[in-house]
Design a protein around this ligand. Sequence first.
Ligand SMILES: *Cc1c(COP(=O)(O)O)cnc(C)c1O
Ligand SMILES: [Zn+2]
Length: 398
Amino acid sequence: MDTRVRCYDCGATDDLRDRKRCNCGEPHWFDTDTRDFDWPDEGMGIWRYVDVLPVNEPVGLSRVSGNTPLHRNRGLESADGPRIHLKLEGLNPTGSFKDRGSAVGISYAVADGTTWVGTVSHGNMALSVAAHAASVDLECAVLVAEETPRERLELIGQHDPHLFRAIGSYGDLYEETLNLDVDIEFVNSDTPLRVAGQKTVAYEICEAFAPGAPDAIVLPVSSGGNASGIWKALRELETAELLDSSAMPRLYLVQAARCDPIAQSYRAGSAAVTAVDGEETIAVSIANEDPPSGTRALTAVRETGGAVLSIEDDEIRAAMRQLAEEAGLSVEPSSALVLSAIEELTRSDTLGADDDVVGILTGSGYKEQTTVDTAVRDLPIDDLERVLSGLVGGETDP
Ligand SMILES: *Cc1c(COP(=O)(O)O)cnc(C)c1O
Ligand SMILES: [Zn+2]
């Protein structure tokens, strides 16, 4: 088991058990030496990359995550636009990429002899941690915000975690849980274990393109944890000489315009991300006013020559419809905006017909309340043949 963590910014090293944040304030990540890494011959899901993970024994549901399809859908492409490859992260066991981080977090906790794990989340991460903990009989504490809707709690509650509604400032809770003197391994959005697991998505993407690389990777961003993992993977693959420094994929991060602190700091040319007062958006999974790894994500964008985009809710709705109706893909709003961003990058000629772009569709739409009005008609069985033949024959209202 690895315990050495390092600050991406000032380079200071530390022990994971002592600190998840550097003294300089920035988040730590594992200090991984990839000089001897090569593409493996075999391996299951994310454990294919076990040589670069901080723990090497997958437990319970952890075995299932990863190896999601990279699906090229020509129906979404335009003549002057890029080749679009969609990474279908909704096919992970609880329906989002969060399972990659939970898999590493829970396996590490078991190897470390920890009996309690926890998370601060009211969405995909809570569901993912609760499911993984259940699969190995670990105790799990999930802290949700006061206003979390009942349906969400029921979804999470299926796995029987200890569910707490946190009364007070939910914003402070995240950092508080990382500093508690309690024996619970909190696997929050940007903690080293979670980032280590989530980097595997970029290992999979780069291996699929090897010995080449995609020109760009587009993904939604909230805490900045997933973007950090992907950037970490690119740096590690560069060290392993499996990715050419001149062919590094550019990272494009996407936020909902109604809550876009990282995009605002990017546009302002700031070195660090500052908190904003956001508005409510349909992209609930990425509405984070004060992202803990915002500055690290912004640095990733600058270092790879990418950008941060903001997408309006109406465009997000349109992208959801387009993915569902033209590609057969149901994703949540927080993933659909990836398609809007690819379209915007195509309109601005940032991406063109020579480019390969990977869009990471982070979460399934099948566990969400949809925003689509669904028309359903009653059809008496005696009328079956008449109505269906009218329909096939082109009648509008047979
Ligand atoms: C958590 C989440 C994100 C944002 O990831 P961060 O690591 O917090 O930046 C994006 N999409 C979905 C579906 C998520 O659940
Ligand atoms: Zn530091």
